[in-house]
Write a protein that binds this ligand. Structure first.
Ligand code: HEC
Ligand code: HEC
Length: 150
């Protein structure tokens, strides 16, 4: 990409500077909010690393991004969004709290009691398999996934 007009160059420099400023501001804001303020299911003293790993796992298991469960606003001229992670405005966040409890219950009350707890534990991906809405019916499976005829 070549810059032909100096006016354009000035414009681009100004936009870049604004973006760098906005980004450093967003990061500072983010740091301030680092300590979780609204955990109702996860342990309140969870480490930052464990919290972020859990969030990444939910996102991957459902094939979504943070804004599926968290209120986010676009920042002018940036890819990333500004989030209010503590907010409970999205129903998906509350559903997820129930899903976390349900998953823990399935593991402790049911799977954990079969074969002296030797079975694998389940996680979100066991049911969701990369989709926000899991398969409910076998009819949604591809035809070639049907059992072979003998
Ligand atoms: C499938 C839903 C879901 C997705 C996707 C998700 N989160 Fe969360 N997040 C939650 C839930 C639920 C809580 C609250 C847990 C609780 O109440 O114990 C939470 C809490 C948080 C908190 C703590 C907020 C506070 O102050 O209490 C942070 C920070 C956070 N998430 C970051 C992220 C980031 C970053 C991503 C994307 C990588 C993400 N989340 C993706 C459901 C989700
Ligand atoms: C035992 C299977 C199972 C497990 C494990 C499970 N879910 Fe779900 N989840 C479901 C079913 C079933 C639905 C309802 C789908 C529907 O209504 O069509 C659902 C719905 C949801 C929804 C609402 C989606 C929508 O379409 O509105 C969210 C969000 C969600 N689950 C998050 C999670 C997260 C995060 C985890 C892991 C902590 C998890 N689930 C673990 C079975 C499961």
């Amino acid at each position: 990409m070549s810059i032909l007009v100096s006016k354009k160059a000035i414009m681009i420099t100004a936009v870049c500077a604004a973006m760098v400023f906005a980004q450093s501001f967003a990061q500072k804001e983010h740091h301030k909010e680092e300590k979780p303020q609204n955990l109702k299911v996860l342990p309140k003293d969870i480490s930052e690393e464990d919290l972020h790993n859990a969030m990444r796992n939910y996102s991957r298991a459902l094939g979504v991004r943070c804004n599926y469960c968290h209120e986010g606003q676009k920042i002018e001229g940036q890819e990333r969004m500004r989030f209010d992670f503590a907010s409970d405005s999205k129903k998906e966040k509350d559903i997820t709290r129930e899903m976390i409890k349900m998953t823990a219950d399935i593991n402790s009350k049911y799977l954990g009691k079969i074969m002296n707890g030797k079975l694998e534990q389940i996680t979100c991906v066991t049911c969701h398999n990369g989709h926000s809405t899991p398969n409910i019916s076998v009819d949604s499976l591809k035809r070639d996934a049907e059992p072979a005829k003998h």
